[in-house]
Design a protein around this ligand. Structure first.
Ligand SMILES: [Zn+2]
Length: 416
């Protein structure tokens, strides 16, 4: 007697799921940081072909980020990526596709938790990633996005949670966007008696992983670790999670932007507002003889491990060289032993005159040349194309970098 309605419902629901055509797939890119072009959707094979978007005048077109709607929960669709075919002015040809093609793509169903897809499969000029989620919509990207909105929410959250952090603004960009900055110090020690620490990320907008490293640095700094408390009490720390806020907001690559990118703008007359403001603050610290540690965060070339870029030692004097080498050794010991296993090389690469014609206008160079004789100024490149290059892996690199800063400064003479 009770079997009939049960069977009826079963047949009805089977009939619905078999008979219902899948929703058409749709690509959405009308939000902050999104980037995609030349989209073609094959609804039969459930395949989305695309290449990265972005204006080549505003940087390398290697960043891609968009949302896919119309997914049937549990179905596997194919993301079919090729390198941008747009000519990059500084190269006179398109950018190598490898810059846009991580071994694993990144996806999220809620815009908060970012995961890797399985490894993509290369097929001629295409990279095919399989995307399968238990939802009807998913964000997909080159790597875990870190947008201006996320930076501003993070800085605000840290300032609300910690009495030692305040949410500041470095400046407003040429595009009139606020550039969030976090300022950290604990206790009554006067500013002049504190070590100065400057951490910045994303002078190149596509290098989203570097902002996650900055976030990990900040989370460790505001944690309950006794060493973190020591650092807050003995130093004044400035953290800028995104320097090139305009290109990050608009989904442009930033690197090699016209007239030159943020990391070729550290001259006597900077073009970008963020550099004008950062230089001013670094100079203020240097005047007080306390520009102690400056780290500029980046992501490197596709096959690179994590490493530091440094100036050739023949361009520097002691004590800068010895202090720098000591800092690098401490960093390597911590980062290369991290749980997340993002590979790090103990060998630094150099950014002297043979690296780039504008080598002297790069941030870490400029700070070496314009701050104090004891300043440690470095560029840390964190590997992005490894299975561990996730939000967790990046944050752990940042936490280890912060612990390195503490360990290094604890061995330095106290400020008078
Ligand atoms: Zn870079």
């Amino acid at each position: 007697m009770r079997l009939f309605p049960f069977l009826f419902v079963l047949v009805l629901s089977l009939g619905q799921s078999v008979g219902r055509a899948a929703e058409p797939l749709k690509v959405v890119s009308d939000f902050e940081g999104a980037s995609v072009r030349e989209v073609e959707i094959d609804q039969e094979t459930r395949t989305i072909s695309f290449m990265p978007g972005g204006d080549p005048l505003r940087g390398w077109p290697c960043w891609w980020y968009f949302r896919v709607d119309g997914l049937t929960p549990g179905e596997a669709i194919t993301l079919k990526l090729r390198g941008s075919s747009v000519t990059v002015p500084t190269r006179g040809k398109p950018l190598g596709a490898e810059w846009a093609m991580p071994a694993q793509a990144t996806f999220s169903t809620d815009g908060k938790t970012w995961l890797h897809t399985a490894k993509g499969k290369k097929q001629e000029e295409w990279m095919n990633y399989s995307l399968q989620v238990e939802g009807t919509s998913a964000f997909v990207a080159w790597g875990p996005p870190y947008t201006p909105g996320m930076a501003s929410a993070f800085v605000k959250r840290m300032a609300e949670q910690s009495p030692y952090a305040s949410a500041d603004e470095l400046c407003r960009s040429r595009g009139d966007r606020p550039v969030p900055m976090l300022h950290v110090m604990e206790g009554d020690r006067k500013s002049e008696e504190r070590f100065g620490v400057w951490i910045q990320a994303r002078q190149h907008a596509w290098e989203s992983g570097s902002s996650w490293v900055a976030q990990g640095f900040t989370e460790w700094l505001l944690s309950e670790e006794p060493e973190a408390a020591w650092l807050r009490q003995h130093a004044e720390i400035f953290i800028v999670p995104i320097m090139d806020i305009d290109n990050t907001a608009t989904g442009n690559g930033g690197k090699d932007a016209q007239p030159h990118d943020h990391n070729r703008d550290w001259s006597a007359e900077p073009h970008w507002n963020e550099i004008i403001a950062a230089q001013r603050q670094v100079q203020d610290l240097a005047v007080e003889d306390r520009m102690d540690v400056f780290v500029d965060l980046h992501n490197p070339a596709p096959g690179d491990p994590t490493f530091f870029y440094i100036l050739p030692s023949d361009l520097l004097k002691e004590p800068m060289i010895g202090l720098r080498d000591q800092f690098i050794q401490l960093s390597y010991a911590r980062i290369s032993n991290g749980k997340s296993s993002i590979p790090m090389s103990s060998k630094s690469k150099t950014t002297g005159p043979s690296y780039h014609p504008l080598w002297h206008q790069m941030s870490a160079t400029w700070v070496c040349m314009n701050a104090n004789p004891h300043t440690v100024s470095l560029c840390l490149e964190t590997a992005w194309n490894t299975p561990h290059s996730t939000t967790e892996g990046y944050r752990e690199v940042g936490a280890n970098l912060a612990a390195t800063v503490q360990e290094f400064l604890a061995g330095r003479p106290a400020k008078p």
